[in-house]
Every structure is written in C-alpha cells, then in structure tokens.
Ligand binder design. Structure first.
Ligand code: ADP
Ligand code: MG
Length: 614
C-alpha cells in the first residue's frame, strides 16, 4: 500500500499524452469498445478509462484521474508489470479485482509516440469463468491421474490406430512388462496370434461407438504365464463429439476364476455325495419347505425326489413323532445347534420306515438360510440289532439247555442204577414194568445227550459222519413230538450210504430245523417222509411233508432272518440251517405248493473213496 501511495505522489505532466488521444480521433473507438480499457502513464496512473471499464469496475462512480491502476487491479506479479511499463513490447499479466471478486487477464500495450513509449493501454479481460473451469479441470485431472496411478486394474489409452499411447503403473504389475515395452505398440500381451482377431473385434466394436463391458479372455504375461482377464473397452470423445481414443480397463481375474472353480468343484463334490449316498439328503428353507431332495429318496421311501420339492419337510412323518420333531426343530432354529432324532416316515407302499435324522442349520451372514437333513434308513440296522439280540438269546438258551441237560443226567444215572438193581431182584410180573421204565429212562438219557451235543459250543469238527446213524439219532429226538401231534414219520434210507465229511452237531442242528418245520407245517394225521440216497457224488437228503405248504409270495423270503409265519417262530431256523449246509459245500432246495406240502432237498458231497480208505 505504501508503494501505491508513493507512486501516487510521483505525478508528472501527461497533458501531451492526453492530447494525443483526443486529437488523433481514436477517442470514440476507445470509449465505445465493449472491452474495459484504461490508459495509464509510465508511472501506472490512470489517465483515462473507457465506458466499459467504468461500468464494470466503478459502477459509473466518478473516478479520480491520476489514481494508480492498483486501485482496480491487484497484480499477481506486481513488480514485473511496473518494470515493463516503458517496454515497447506488449505484455500479458494476471490479477484480481477483489471488490468484484473477478479474475482478470491484463494486456499491457505500449502507446508509442515519436519512437518513444508515452504510456500504455491496459486491456482488462474478465477470465473468472475460464479460470475457474480450468482450476476444476486441473482438479479433475488430478483426480483421474490419482485414480490411474492407484487403480489395481491395468488402464490404457489406445489411439484410433490401436496403438497404446498411455498406460498406468498397475499395467506393469499385471503383465511384468515395463510401460516402455508396451507403449507405441498394439496389443502384445495376447497368448498367440489367433487372439489378434479378438483384439480387432473388440476395437471394431468400440470404434462403432459401443462399449464392451467385462469381456472375459486370456492374456499372457512377460514370463509366459497365462492370466484370466476381464476387459472393459470404451470410446473417448473430444468436446465436439469426435472419437479420439479408446480406453481400456483390464482386470486380472485369475484368482477369482480359481476361487470360482474351487467353489464349483466343491459344489460338484457335494452334489456327487448327495446324489450317490444311500442316506436321504433334504435341504429345507427356513419355513421348513423342501428345496432339495437327493435321488436316494426313491430307494428309501419309494417316492421320486421331485415328489418332495416344495412340500413340508415333515409331510410324511408319523403323527406320533410329529409334535416332538416340530418342537425340536424350533429349538434348533433358536439355538442354531444341530439336532438328532429317530422317527418314522410312511413309505410309498404304506409301511412305516424307521429313520434317524440329523438336522443342521446352515448359517450365512449371521442368518439361518437353510437346514440340511441327513436321514438314514434304520430298518437294516434295527434288524441286525435284533439278530444280535436273538443270537444272544439263542446262546443263552443253548447254555441253559446244556446246564439243564447236565443237571438231569446225573440224577438219571442214579435212577437207572436203582432201577437196574430193582429189576434184577424183581418178580417176573414186575420185570416187564421195570424193563419199560428202563427203556423210557434210556430214551430220556438219549434226548438229554442230544441236547447237550447241540448246545455245546460250536467249533466245527469235520469228520466222516454217516447220515443214516445221524438221522436215527435225530428221530429219537423228534419221535415223541410226532406221536403227540399224530404225525407219521416214514423213513427210506438207502443201504450202504457213504458218509459225509462234516460236523455232526452242526448237521444235526440243520436237519432238526428242517424236520421241525415239516412237523410244524403238518396237521394231525399227516406224514413226513425222510429219504436218504446216493446221487452221483452227493448224498441227497429229502424231507417231504404234506402240510400247509408255502404261498408263492413267501418263497423268496425263505431263509431271510426273522421271516416267520408262526406266532412263536423265530424266523432264524432256515437261515442257520442253510448257512450250515453251505458251509459243508452243500445245497438246499425248497419246493412247495400252497396247502399241498413242501419238499426240502439237501445235497451234501459224499466222502470220496480216497478219504474213506484212510
Ligand atoms: P420259524 O420256524 O421260526 O418260523 P424258519 O426259518 O424255520 O423259522 O422258517 C421260516 C418260515 O418258513 C416259517 O415260518 C414258515 O412259514 C416257512 N416254512 C419253513 N419250512 C416250511 C415247511 N416245511 N412248510 C411250510 N412252511 C415252511
Ligand atoms: Mg423253524
């Protein structure tokens, strides 16, 4: 400010310059120009101001001549303005008019008279809008440049010939090429020349004004490694709407692809499991509706999996189980912990199937979005459990039978001893009674002995076993039952049969089962025929009854554990017997006609002569 005041005082004689302006008739051009123009002397004092200048800067207020130009303009570089006042050159400056808050471009033009600079025209142009726009552009440019510099995507600019003219730093990280290696060329990061067509295709599209968005393809890094990329390619226009370049944003999606692949692989794996497991797998939504049912549903429930989709997950549950399952399910949703329960569902054919289910809530972003149910068919397990229980039972019964037989045999021996004693001392009339008592006692002894034999622990001892003697023993065991039920047992044993190599006790057990079944099937007055004969290399044993027979539909169930049509049957006899025979390399064949009778034919290999001679 001090400077200004000082300059104020340094007045000089300017009349000469003023005269020059007036007399030369430039006055009106100067005055009526739409641009703001001042005339200043070599000290920077205002000598004249045209109308435009007055209107813009002084609001038509009267102004003092001889005022320094600094009253109107604050120069950005004040000293160079004043230093060039006497220069013969035109000079340009910038500055501000702070009272109006305008940014100015200032042109300083020398007024030359007699080859001397007499003063200056100062032209003031309002550049506020342009400058602000420029500042904005500069800011924007900074923004975009920072984006380009820091983006993880490779961003490039292509000219209209397809040459790369600008690349950001990330390009180097992605492709391992330096920017110098890439600039000025076309695309050199393609895996092979066949990709050239693709590049051309993409550029043609952009040149036609279209934007290619997220195009997936493959590119090659400098080290030869192929990477999966996603390309967005778009045209760039100038202010006049003319296309001047093409922008290319390339994203390395190799990792994403890998992750996707992994996801797909694991999905495929789980799908494979779901589709091939014997367990039923059901996915329920939060409302309990089935959104997925595995194909194994058909196997377990008889219904195809599409039968389940969209229906309630517990649609087929037994009414007795439904309430408790729903309560547990609700608890599971609240506690977000898996639950486990056994229950029954109805099979397509109307039977109840025993099942075991594990329900696991699937939590996604803190919310349960589905429930996975893995349901296992328990029928088989229950059967094995029962089989185990039953074989336990059998073992216990066997042990009891053995100890009972033992307990009976001892008193029998003393009874027999006394009877023999009484017998030898008896009178003739009594002798018959004693003999009868003795033979009955002998029978009891035999039965008890057989019991002991069967009940003994079964370590197979293979030896030559003649079938006829074995059957005679068996007959003594079952005779009484046959007589009680009024069934006649006939025997037809071929003479001189070769023996069978086998475990006597096991074979006895097997035949006893077959014969007992025959007796149980036969009504009072019926017959059971036992036949033993040689048939080639085998001994053929036939047990034929004229009992109730076996209906066709039951034939296939014979020998399955626990298949029994009897009220007190175990359904184990046939299974055990067949197992024993097959262990002896024999076969069992059952033919039957409903209500006519059944024939069981067992064939066992006879002992070969070589062994026989030993
Ligand atoms: P269980 O005698 O305890 O029923 P089995 O395994 O010995 O068990 O026999 C299974 C079923 O096979 C019997 O319940 C019966 O229905 C049928 N069966 C076996 N043998 C005969 C037969 N000789 N005549 C008619 N039915 C038979
Ligand atoms: Mg039986």
């Amino acid at each position: 400010m001090m400077q200004v005041n000082e300059r104020f005082r340094r007045t000089s004689n300017n009349t000469e310059l003023q005269q020059l302006l007036h007399t030369d008739g430039y006055q009106s051009l100067f005055d009526y120009s739409s641009e703001a123009i001042l005339v200043i002397d070599l000290e920077g004092r205002i000598l004249h101001m045209n109308r435009a200048c007055q209107t813009i800067f002084l609001n038509t207020r009267e102004y003092d001549l001889n005022t320094s130009i600094e009253h109107i303009v604050e120069f950005d570089d004040e000293s160079s303005f004043f230093n060039t006042l006497s220069s013969t050159e035109t000079a340009q400056f910038t500055g501000t008019n702070s009272s109006l808050n305008r940014k100015l471009e200032i042109n300083s033009i020398p007024i030359i008279k007699d080859n001397q600079v007499a003063g200056r025209f100062v032209q003031l142009k309002d550049r506020t809008d342009e400058i602000e726009e420029f500042e904005q552009l500069k800011a924007q440019k900074g923004f975009w440049e920072s984006y380009l510099d820091h983006s993880g995507d490779a961003i490039g600019l292509f000219d209209m010939n397809g040459n790369i003219v600008k690349l950001n730093p990330a390009t180097e990280d992605i492709f391992l090429y330096t920017r110098e290696e890439l600039l000025g060329n076309g695309v050199i990061t393609i895996p092979d020349e066949s990709y050239r067509k693709e590049v051309d295709f993409l550029q043609r599209k952009v040149k036609s004004g279209k934007t290619v968005v997220a195009y997936e393809t493959v590119r090659k890094r400098k080290d030869g490694k192929l990477i999966n990329v996603e390309i967005t390619h778009s045209p760039i226009y100038d202010q006049n709407g003319k296309m001047i370049a093409m922008a290319n944003i390339l994203r390395d999606i190799t990792e994403r692809k890998k992750a996707n692949m992994k996801l797909r692989e694991s999905e495929a794996k789980y799908r494979l499991i779901a589709e091939n497991t014997a367990d039923m797998i059901r996915v329920l939504d939060v409302e309990g509706k089935v959104t997925f049912a595995s194909p194994s549903h058909e196997l377990v429930s008889g219904r195809q999996e599409n039968h389940y989709e969209g229906i309630d997950g517990f649609h087929f549950v037994h009414p007795d189980d439904l309430h408790s399952i729903k309560t547990q399910y609700q608890k599971m949703l609240e506690a977000r912990e898996p639950i486990h329960f056994e229950y029954k569902e109805i099979h397509m054919d109307g039977e109840w199937i025993e099942l075991e289910a594990q329900c696991t809530p699937v939590i996604n972003q803190g919310e349960i979005n589905s429930v996975v149910m893995v349901i296992r068919d328990l029928t088989e397990r229950k059967q094995t459990e029962e089989l185990l229980r039953n074989s336990d039972k059998l073992a216990v019964i066997g042990q009891m039978a053995a100890s009972i037989a033992h307990e009976i045999r001892n008193p029998l021996t003393s009874l027999k001893g006394f009877l023999q004693f009484f017998h030898s001392n008896s009178k003739d009339v009594e002798k018959d009674h004693y003999e009868l008592m003795l033979s009955e006692l002998e029978r009891i002894n035999l039965i008890v002995n057989e019991f002991l034999m069967i009940a003994k622990p079964q370590t197979a001892q293979y030896k030559e076993t003649p079938m006829d003697t074995l059957f005679s023993h068996l007959l003594s065991l079952i005779d009484s039952q046959a007589i009680m039920e009024n069934i006649e047992i006939t025997t037809d044993f071929e003479e001189g049969l070769p023996a069978v190599l086998g475990d006597e006790n096991q074979l006895k057990q097997a035949f006893l089962n077959f014969i007992k079944n025959a007796l149980e099937a036969t009504a009072s007055g019926g017959t059971v025929d036992l036949t033993l004969k040689k048939e080639g290399t085998h001994i053929c044993i036939r047990i034929k009854d004229n009992g109730c027979g076996i209906p066709k539909e039951n034939l296939e169930n014979l020998g399955k554990p626990f298949f029994s049509t009897k009220e007190t049957g175990t359904g184990l006899g046939l299974m055990i017997s067949q197992k024993i025979i097959s262990n002896h390399k024999g076969t069992v064949d059952i033919t039957s006609e409903d209500s006519k009778g059944t024939t069981v034919t067992i064939k066992l290999p006879k002992v070969s002569k070589g062994i026989n001679k030993k």
